[in-house]
Design a protein around this ligand. Structure first.
Ligand code: PAF
Length: 277
């Protein structure tokens, strides 16, 4: 288990990966088994595997958990070694934002950036897309892997890579779940024991929705809502879309997305499903 090289600047990155093909997993650290899966998925996709660890200030609004976001660099490095990462890119804020955090060029996510997560966190996706575009510019990967758990983020990054012709292939990696179905997330550590039990009902609601798929969209939403209600969870949203987050249509791959506050943390989950008429 070789320790990855640590690069903090573009020059160090370039020196470490030379001309090899690169697969890339961007992260904000606090790596859990879900990240490990992303890294393992990315490992065979390039000659050099780069993981970035950067808690990006511009995707947190004032009052969100930027300061409290867990920073566990030494443990993260061990997980990266375990997954066969060659280079950990851990830039400083100055490397990522050389002209400062305001009055700089940013990526506008378009209409999909202002609904669902974007309605609750209006500046979030601008921050995510901007930092991901910068990371792509610095790391210059051939392939980048993102978790399907943050499905709206994954969809927006796919759109950005395609529409801005960034020349990087975006690959989605299935969500990793706890034994009771809860999607793994760095924020699960904020749940109390009672909230942790309640949180499992988010994925139970999605499973109920999938089972109702053949009966159509109304049945999917009704069944999923019933499970959330039985657990005392009021969702911020529970919506059906198509696989690209457009309007859902019968017979076309659909997606069911949920977000809810369980105690302090807001938790997200989603699943693919097939809709009957
Ligand atoms: O999903 C995340 O961890 C972050 O949003 C990302 C993609 C690393 C950008 O900061």
């Amino acid at each position: 288990m070789a320790t990855p090289a640590i690069a903090r600047t573009r020059a160090e990155l370039d020196a470490a990966h030379g001309d090899s093909t690169v697969s890339f997993v961007p992260t904000m650290g606090a790596l859990h088994d879900g990240h490990l899966q992303l890294l393992k998925h990315a490992r065979p996709l390039g000659e050099t595997l780069v993981a970035s660890i950067f808690v990006n200030p511009t995707q947190f609004a004032p009052g969100e958990d930027f300061d409290a976001y867990p920073r566990t660099f030494d443990a993260d490095l061990e997980r990266c070694a375990e997954a066969g990462v060659d280079i950990v890119f851990a830039p400083t804020v100055e490397t990522m934002y050389p002209t400062g955090l305001v009055d700089t060029v940013t990526v506008d996510p378009g209409p999909l950036g202002s609904v669902l997560e974007g309605a609750v966190r209006p500046t979030h996706f601008r921050g995510v897309l901007t930092v991901v575009a910068k990371l792509f510019g610095l790391v210059r990967p051939d392939v980048a892997v993102f978790g399907e758990k943050d499905y709206q983020q994954l969809t927006l990054i796919r759109h950005m890579a395609r529409e801005l012709a960034l020349g990087v292939e975006i690959v989605g990696c299935p969500t990793v779940r706890e034994h009771d179905g809860l999607a793994m997330s760095s924020r699960n550590r904020y749940l109390s024991a009672d909230e942790r039990r309640q949180a499992a009902y988010l994925s139970a609601a999605l499973r109920a929705g999938v089972a109702a798929g053949p009966d159509g969209a109304d049945a999917v939403l009704a069944e999923a809502h019933a499970v959330l209600e039985s657990a005392g969870i009021t969702p911020d949203y529970l919506v059906l879309t198509d696989a690209d987050m457009g309007e859902p249509r019968p017979g076309v791959d659909a997606h069911l997305l949920v977000a809810a506050k369980v105690g302090t943390p807001r938790l997200l989950d989603n699943t693919a499903l097939t809709l009957g008429a």
